[in-house]
Write a protein that binds this ligand. Structure first.
Ligand code: B4P
Length: 192
């Protein structure tokens, strides 16, 4: 089993690159952002709770996202491997993920961390906001709040995996194809 975390600030291209990576490597894509938006569009209780946080650019509480990931892992017993996109986003989520994967005897192989300047992040998210209908993308104040959440709560997740020597920084600026090739080069260096 090959388990990979695609890491980076909001708008760094995690969702964009994940789509391409799962198709090349046959991994199961687990995006907490997508799972939460699915709950919102189906107007579930979890979705209504999550929307309050997401609309303000805040992280959704740990127990909610950890529960979603735990169920998704159980629902895919035959997966060749998982690509975690947008998860873990806090130290607590990272510890919970490590425990869940330990039970499956399949730890994280590598964390690929996309490096993108703040100016570029804001530009990309505002551009997506023009067409996506995502309420967390169409307002610069909310985008800045998301970037602050990343700095205050999420950046430490990379430190967690650095302790195990699992973090590789990848330049996240350039064309989508160029970035994809950089990510593939790192994955191909590792055993699968
Ligand atoms: P996410 O859905 O994870 O999304 P994201 O961080 O906004 O974006 P991503 O990095 O995937 O960017 P993308 O490829 O789409 O999170 C949304 C919210 O959900 C969070 O703020 C939080 O509230 C909540 N949430 C999710 N997971 C959580 C967790 N674990 N714990 C707590 N809360 C959680 O790219 C962005 C744009 O850039 C796109 O328009 C794309 O086309 C463009 N782009 C991509 N690559 C480009 C390139 N190379 N050049 C130019 N543009 C590019």
């Amino acid at each position: 089993m090959f388990n990979l975390i695609l890491f980076g600030p909001p708008g760094s291209g995690k969702g964009t690159q994940s789509e391409k990576l799962i198709s090349r490597y046959g991994l199961k894509h687990l995006s907490t952002g997508d799972l939460l938006r699915h709950e919102i569009s189906h107007q579930t209780e979890l979705g209504r709770e999550a929307q309050n946080f997401m609309d303000k650019g805040q992280l959704v509480p740990d127990e909610v996202v950890i529960g979603m990931i735990s169920s998704a892992l159980d629902e895919n017993p035959g997966a060749k491997g998982f690509l975690f996109d947008g998860f873990p986003r806090t130290q607590e989520q990272a510890i919970a993920l490590d425990k869940l994967l330990k039970l499956k005897k399949a730890p994280i192989a590598v964390m690929l961390a996309l490096d993108v300047s703040e100016e570029e992040l804001i530009k990309r998210l505002l551009k997506r906001g023009e067409t996506s209908g995502r309420s967390d993308d169409d307002n610069e104040q909310v985008i800045r709040a998301r970037i602050n959440e990343y700095r205050n709560k999420t950046a430490v997740v990379a430190d967690h995996y650095k302790k195990f020597d699992k973090v590789v920084m990848v330049k996240g600026e350039g064309t989508i194809e160029e970035i994809f090739e950089r990510l593939c080069n790192e994955i191909d260096k590792r055993d699968k």
